[in-house]
Design a protein around this ligand. Structure first.
Ligand code: MLT
Length: 395
């Protein structure tokens, strides 16, 4: 057999695995130290009541002959697809339930969707960016082009007419920088994609953090997007499903006369048996009035964490962006430190874990990302440790 040599073009391990390994090694050597983890964007609040109730009753249904379910529809149960459709209607986006595909999360779909495209497909994405986009393309031997996202363009690159690509990745609110495109900017991307016959892969995983009604939560709020964009979203950050696993992908029928949608049906029916019934009932509960108000409470909690962190960085004179419409704060490492240098300093001296900006691309060098998904006490304690360290360093 011949192995896929494209794997040799990848970093030895995935960013978050490398960090976890470093943190575990430190923790084994220093069992008495309390480590505060603000690295990977994993939630700390439990599932909300409405979701738990839905899970319990779905579990009960599975234990009764009349309501037990075996294989479900690969694309997701109609009840969940309808709830997602109705949620999109609240921001004036009309979808057909057949355009919605339920999955076990955004990451799987982001990787698997590439099967629909030729190996020569050129991907264009911002740098810095969520590393899974890059790796999934490299694994298939697909060329990747990067566009600079930096302080000068507020980490929101816009189309460059001289660059041609087939797939354009947009994540807004952005992981890792927290930057959000406004309508005019997204319209430029949609027009550009339509003009060069490219497809936008819009990652909306953090849409629920947008607190300004004027900012678009979905690419389909932009005219022309149904012809050129698919949207991938997840319940992980919206409703704390990082361990429960559920997400969805939208493939409008307007793209190549429904061909892409039909291809995805073909792919999923062949390679996927769908998300467990009980998890889909849990996801449906997110869109009930109780569920929605409970998850908003959780989002508020994370937002307040972000405010606590932002205030600390303001007081310490550390430059940062994000945190307003995103669970991520993207900060400049103090005193010109490199990303991994500052990461090591924080871990070894303050026992705080962040994510080195350079792990998201070359433009991330000199930055660090921290998340507001931690619990309140730990967030406050981490900020106190930073303030103390700052006092000592300035004595
Ligand atoms: C992150 O920390 O960037 C995310 O949690 C990763 C993910 O969603 O897979």
């Amino acid at each position: 057999m011949k192995i896929n040599e494209n794997y040799s073009n990848l970093e030895e391990s995935y960013l978050f695995s490398t960090i976890a390994k470093k943190v575990n090694e430190y923790s084994e050597k220093n069992p008495d130290k309390k480590i505060i983890r603000l690295g990977i964007g994993d939630v700390s609040l439990p599932l909300c009541k409405a979701v738990i109730n839905a899970l319990h009753s779905a579990v009960d249904e599975m234990g009764v002959k009349e309501t037990f379910r075996g294989y479900g529809p690969e694309q997701g149960y109609e009840f969940l697809r309808e709830s997602i459709r109705d949620y999109y209607l609240t921001h004036n986006v009309k979808l057909d339930t057949k355009e919605i595909f339920v999955s076990d999360g955004a990451k799987s779909d982001l990787g698997n969707i590439l099967e629909l495209f030729d190996n020569s497909t050129v991907a264009l994405m911002p740098d810095p960016i969520y590393p899974a986009y890059v790796d999934a393309n490299l694994m298939g031997g697909r060329p990747v082009l990067f566009m600079d996202a930096n302080k000068e363009n507020n980490f929101l690159p816009l189309p460059n007419k001289n660059v041609k690509a087939d797939l354009i990745y947009i994540c807004s609110p952005n992981n890792p920088t927290g930057a959000v495109y406004n309508r005019e900017q997204l319209k430029q991307w949609v027009d550009y994609a339509n003009s060069i016959n490219a497809l936008i892969i819009f990652d909306a995983a953090y849409e629920v953090f947008i607190s300004d009604e004027n900012l678009p939560k979905s690419i389909y709020e932009i005219e022309g997007a149904r012809n050129c964009a698919i949207e991938i979203c997840s319940f992980s950050k919206t409703a704390g499903f990082t361990g429960t696993r559920c997400g969805y992908t939208i493939i409008p029928n307007d793209i190549i006369n429904g061909r892409l949608n039909r291809m995805w049906v073909r792919r999923q029916t062949t390679k996927y048996n769908g998300v467990p019934y009980i998890v889909q009932r849990a996801a449906q509960a997110v869109f009930t009035p109780e569920g929605f108000s409970e998850i908003q409470e959780n989002i508020r909690y994370y937002r307040e964490n972000a405010e606590i962190m932002a205030k600390t960085f303001d007081d310490l004179g550390i430059w940062y962006t994000g945190g307003k419409h995103s669970p991520y704060i993207w900060l400049e490492c103090p005193n010109g430190q490199k990303s991994w240098e500052f990461f090591d300093y924080l871990l070894n001296n303050l026992q705080i874990v962040g994510t080195p900006g350079s792990g998201f691309g070359k433009n991330g060098e000199g930055y660090l990302r921290i998340t507001s998904f931690g619990n309140r006490e730990n967030t406050i304690e981490a900020m106190e440790r930073l303030r103390e360290a700052n006092k000592i360093l300035h004595v």
